[in-house]
Design a binder for this molecule. Structure first.
Ligand SMILES: Nc1ncnc2c1ncn2[C@@H]1O[C@H](COP(=O)(O)OP(=O)(O)OP(=O)(O)O)[C@@H](O)[C@H]1O
Ligand SMILES: [Mg+2]
Length: 179
């Protein structure tokens, strides 16, 4: 948490609450990181019993925000938090970078606007899919905050995020070749 706030240009205090639980966090450098992000979030959501449609919205969002940081900001930080409610939780994703920022935010949020010669559908689609979307951008960087309610308890998310993190730290055992 301290590390992210240090890295992030924008103070997260207004949107990321003190009680939100940091589940998983990645330093994004290149496109290889997208695979890691997606597989870890997927594992955590599946193990926690999150509905498939909800899970694919979150995975698409994570992928779009991560791609944008790679394409337009030479990387950044993607974080996944859990927010508690009585019977459900919200999953929060934040993408924070120190790139040049988005020159025209209103245009960037319109379908088919792209400075990268791609479809220009990433940000507007993310905004449509999520329950809450907020973006702050300046010449010092960009901060995107999204939230989606899910029908699982925060404890399941916390527990499974820990398992996913431990699995990532476990070295893949060397296979002994019978040669
Ligand atoms: N993190 C960022 N930093 C700077 N500019 C950004 C960032 N994210 C998006 N943009 C700008 O906003 C525009 C719209 O982003 P969006 O994700 O909607 O489309 P795209 O990345 O161009 O295309 P697609 O996501 O469909 O491949 C981008 O073309 C780029 O100019
Ligand atoms: Mg994009």
């Amino acid at each position: 948490m301290t590390q992210i706030q240090h890295f992030c240009t924008y103070p997260q205090s207004e949107v990321v609450h003190q009680a939100d639980v940091l589940l998983l966090n990645w330093e994004i450098v290149d496109h290889f990181d997208i695979q890691i992000v997606i597989s870890q979030i997927k594992k955590m959501l599946k193990m926690s019993g999150v509905d498939d449609l909800v899970a694919s919205k979150l995975l698409t969002t994570a992928s779009e925000l991560t791609w944008n940081m790679i394409k337009y900001a030479k990387g950044g930080t993607l974080s996944c938090y859990g927010r508690m409610d009585t019977q459900k939780s919200a999953i929060i994703l934040t993408a924070c970078d120190q790139g040049k920022g988005i020159a025209d935010l209103a245009l960037a949020l319109k379908d088919q606007y792209s400075t990268g010669n791609t479809l220009g559908l990433g940000l507007p689609s993310v905004k449509r899919m999520m329950d809450y979307f907020e973006i702050k951008t300046s010449i010092k960087g960009t901060f995107v905050f999204v939230l989606l309610w899910v029908d699982v308890l925060i404890d399941a998310l916390k527990q499974n995020a820990k398992v996913v993190e431990q699995l990532a730290l476990t070295p893949i055992p060397k296979v002994k070749l019978g040669l």
